[in-house]
Design a protein around this ligand. Structure first.
Ligand SMILES: Nc1nc2c(ncn2[C@@H]2O[C@H](COP(=O)(O)OP(=O)(O)OP(=O)(O)O)[C@@H](O)[C@H]2O)c(=O)[nH]1
Ligand SMILES: [Mg+2]
Ligand SMILES: [Zn+2]
Length: 283
């Protein structure tokens, strides 16, 4: 359910056990993650995680395993949406064959039509919580059953606030973002799972733009397929090894000039492609 300070909290049929992890995991570079299914043994010094079952998938940021559904929470202001972070995060979901659901907060403070319209046009479900709060909360509740759902997004966007709205009993700590630092204070400190509406939800610590630069790399030639609106065109380019950036006869570029693919998304695709190319050449 949670790991913090070298302790792991494991939910069993009738209790939550505080455990340590077997030393062998560290040697193998393996850390138990929230969402893992584990085996626990009782030893003299206390409970110990002795086995981690193989994972369906996992994320490094937020650190969590066996994710079924990813809610990407974005606020209209404090902090404002960052298209680059959005596209990086969406790519990491698509790579795991998870279709992210985008949740917008704070539209009571300022609108974000452009962001909402763009990602709806791409094909994602975008839920604007403050546009009709009751309806949005019902919609999200209805999506939680029998799944492990993660709520992720920048610090201060309102992940914990949203979970509290879904279930006031959770009583999660929330906080004003720090005006002085101009960034979130990371109110939520660790990934933690909660049983909610027949499923499991994870509240997670927010991330900042910097976190993503050093994150997992994706081979440059794989990136286009994770931009889902590019997919219908990927087989139609003149060159078989087309990178969809500048080539003649590129079907993706044609779709862009026909207004079927957003300029913004294509720009970010090119940025991520060039970044991956840089890593690959460096290696
Ligand atoms: N006006 C308004 N304020 C909101 C909304 N959602 C969240 N807030 C405020 O935004 C601030 C940050 O909310 P949190 O829920 O702590 O944000 P978080 O995403 O959990 O942040 P971390 O735990 O640091 O990652 C709090 O002061 C909330 O009251 C919203 O829809 N409208
Ligand atoms: Mg929080
Ligand atoms: Zn192409």
């Amino acid at each position: 359910m949670k790991g913090i300070g070298g302790f792991y909290y494991v939910k069993t049929a009738d209790s939550v056990l505080e455990c340590k992890a077997k030393g062998i995991f560290r040697k193998r570079g393996l850390t138990p993650l929230a969402g893992d299914a584990v085996k626990v043994i009782g030893e003299e010094g206390g409970y110990v995680i002795s086995e981690i079952e193989s994972r369906k998938n996992y994320f490094l940021r937020p650190p969590i395993a066996n994710v079924d559904q990813f809610f990407y929470v974005v606020s209209s202001v404090d902090p404002r949406p960052n298209y680059m972070i959005a596209d990086r995060l969406i790519l990491l979901c698509e790579k795991r064959m998870i279709t992210p659901v985008i949740v917008i907060t704070k539209t009571d403070l300022a609108p974000v039509h452009e962001f909402i319209d763009l990602y709806r046009h791409v094909g994602y479900t975008v839920i604007d919580v403050m546009q009709n709060e009751e309806k949005a909360l019902e919609e999200i509740k209805g999506m939680l059953g029998r799944k492990l759902s993660v709520f992720s997004g920048n610090s201060g966007v309102g992940k914990s606030t949203l979970l509290n709205k879904l279930c006031p009993d959770l009583n999660l700590t929330t906080n004003e973002i720090s005006k002085k630092l101009g960034r979130g204070k990371h109110t939520t400190r660790a990934v933690e799972l909660y049983d909610l509406f027949g499923g499991i939800v994870a509240d997670t610590p927010g991330f900042s733009a910097l976190d993503f630069e050093k994150m997992e790399k994706t081979p440059k030639d794989e990136i286009a397929q994770y931009f889902i609106e590019f997919r219908p065109y990927l087989g139609d380019c003149f060159f078989s090894g087309c990178s969809h950036r500048t080539e003649k006869g590129c079907a993706v570029l044609k779709a862009k000039s026909d207004g079927l693919i957003a300029q913004q998304r294509h720009e970010n695709y090119c940025y991520l492609y060039d970044e991956a190319k840089g890593f690959e050449e460096y290696r």
